[in-house]
Design a protein around this ligand. Structure first.
Ligand SMILES: Cc1cc2nc3c(=O)[nH]c(=O)nc-3n(C[C@H](O)[C@H](O)[C@H](O)COP(=O)(O)OP(=O)(O)OC[C@H]3O[C@@H](n4cnc5c(N)ncnc54)[C@H](O)[C@@H]3O)c2cc1C
Length: 422
């Protein structure tokens, strides 16, 4: 089987990339999706709050996904469902597997990686105690409640205040469970401010910062968990233990971009994001292989996923039309200054820039009243005041092609957080 552009993953990123590639005039665009339906993680996110930026409406996850699925159908985007990609070679031969076709290969001219992310497992968290029933990742619990109609438990403690944990605190409460607390190791929440207000404050669910689970009691089923405060080095402080009786512990301790395929293929990955290091065209270090959505870096809002993936689809289309090949032009690096953990992209080539380039990033701490500053060489060209920057919210700056063109050779771009109140 052959195709022009193969897109791995049919979530919001894969769908937006496919639509953009088709609209750019590429005939053969193929989505490969392991699930039986398109839409990705949005299918289990039945709460509203999606699409405020894209559609200026508050949609549920499935409603948001449906708009893209309909559009992809209208444009005759081909989709192989129930099909998992198990390998991609550097020369873009994809090995996939399905019950219907067995193991088969697809040769592509360009590939868009859009495999999303998965939740950090309990094993990676080092929580002591037995392995009783009643411990779930928040996303698994969400799938049980929203798709399979099953209740994971009735007395709940949640470890981790990422968005999925916050959303599940509200969801379990609405389904009749008592959520006793959300414990967060860091001194700040990992989720969006609006989710803290709408999912915890509105339901009187306490958020316990600088707190972790130090023990889980119960052999067959969880009977209680012990929480304790942690010090500045995240070590539990003796004497601060609090035992909470519960039958369920939900873990919401971070998301990991799903990059086993990318890594097997030899794509250069960032140790900070866990996703591919990409340039201004969202192209990885392998020519014709692009990445977008949560596989690239974990996003807070799906609107940004769709926007980024549209760009990836357009660039993949330019690539297969031969309009955008990388030549020997040296790339200009984007450096992370004070407070900035990473940037996407990590470098740019002047000749391939569009008029405006969005650089997305996250900060590593909570900063009050900071300025987001952009330096080209030694010159500060942007200084934007914000009320707050927090690790749970993605930030972005927009660079102008005309500014980049005026840079001297050897200069780099730097983004930094400055002048925050102490
Ligand atoms: C609980 C929760 C609540 C959220 N709430 C909000 C909200 O209120 N507002 C908001 O804007 N955003 C929210 N988000 C974020 C938003 O849902 C994500 O940003 C978005 O779904 C990411 O899109 P994606 O396409 O990158 O990944 P996904 O949606 O995860 O899609 C990836 C797809 O790739 C497929 N795949 C992976 N590997 C393979 C393979 N090897 N072969 C074939 N297919 C593969 C998967 O099956 C999946 O369908 C929430 C997310 C979660 C988890």
């Amino acid at each position: 089987m052959k195709t022009k552009i193969a897109i791995i993953g049919g979530g919001p990123a894969g769908l937006a990339a496919a639509i953009a590639a088709k609209e750019a005039g590429v005939e053969e665009v193929l989505i490969i999706e392991r699930d039986r339906v398109l839409g990705g993680i949005l299918n289990q996110c039945i709460h509203n709050g999606f699409g405020l930026h894209t559609f200026k409406e508050e949609l549920t996850g499935p409603e948001y996904a449906a708009r893209f699925i309909e559009k992809a159908k209208e444009l005759n985007v081909e989709a192989l469902l129930n099909t998992i990609v198990i390998d991609i070679s550097r020369d873009k031969v994809i090995t996939a597997m399905s019950a219907e076709k067995g193991v088969f290969t697809i040769e592509a001219e360009a590939i868009v990686l859009a495999m999303g992310c998965r939740e950090r497992p309990r094993g990676a968290l080092n929580t002591p105690g037995y392995r009783p029933a009643g411990i779930y990742s928040a996303g698994t619990a969400q799938r049980y409640v929203n798709i399979e109609g099953k209740m994971p438990g009735h007395d709940v403690v949640i470890l981790g205040s990422g968005d999925i944990g916050l959303i599940m605190a509200r969801r379990m409460t609405l389904e009749g469970a008592k959520v006793h607390a959300v414990a967060e190791l860091m001194p700040y929440s990992g989720g969006l401010k609006r989710n803290i207000v709408q999912c915890l404050d509105d339901f009187d669910i306490p958020l316990k910062l600088s707190t972790t689970v130090v023990d889980i009691a119960g052999k067959d089923r969880v009977e209680s968990v012990t929480l304790a405060k942690v010090d500045a080095k995240n070590k539990p402080i003796p004497g601060t233990e609090e035992i909470i009786k519960c039958d369920t512990l939900l873990l919401s301790c971070g998301l990991l971009p799903e990059n086993e395929l990318s890594s097997q293929m030899g794509v250069d990955l960032s140790p900070i994001t866990g996703g591919p290091r990409v340039d201004e065209s969202l192209e990885t270090d392998i020519d014709g292989v692009f990445a977008c959505g949560n596989v690239l870096h974990v996003h807070d809002l799906v609107d940004y996923v769709s926007k980024e993936a549209t760009e990836a689809g357009e660039h993949a289309a330019e690539f297969v039309k031969g309009a955008s090949k990388r030549d020997s032009e040296a790339a200009i690096g984007i450096e992370t200054g004070n407070g900035v953990r990473y940037t996407v992209p990590v470098c740019i080539r002047k000749s391939r820039l569009r008029d405006l380039l969005t650089v997305r990033f996250r900060v590593g701490n909570v900063y009050k009243d900071p300025e987001i500053c952009v330096y080209l060489g030694d010159k500060c060209i942007q200084r934007r005041k914000k009320q707050i920057c927090a690790p749970g919210e993605m930030e972005q700056v927009i660079l102008k092609k005309t500014d980049i063109e005026a840079m001297n050779s050897g200069e780099t771009i730097r983004i930094a957080i400055e002048n925050e109140s102490k």
